[in-house]
Design a protein around this ligand. Structure first.
Ligand SMILES: [Zn+2]
Length: 66
């Protein structure tokens, strides 16, 4: 099946029988990311965790610390 990276719009072809293809078919909400973007996001997440400033969920749910 053909897939498009949600971040950089790069088109890829993945094996129809692969686990990823099955997951994308069963759960359309599960978006595809190419390897490059996946790595980039993983690096960013690690960097944020390392600096202790990982607050995505917190800022979305409560303002009481402000
Ligand atoms: Zn990408």
């Amino acid at each position: 099946m053909r897939v498009k990276c949600v971040l950089c719009d790069q088109l890829n072809v993945i094996d129809d029988e692969s686990l990823l293809a099955k997951r994308l078919r069963n759960r359309p909400i599960h978006t595809y990311m190419c390897d490059t973007c996946y790595e980039r996001i993983a690096e960013k997440t690690k960097a944020r965790l390392a600096t202790g400033k990982f607050r995505i969920y917190r800022s979305a749910t409560t303002h009481e610390d402000w």
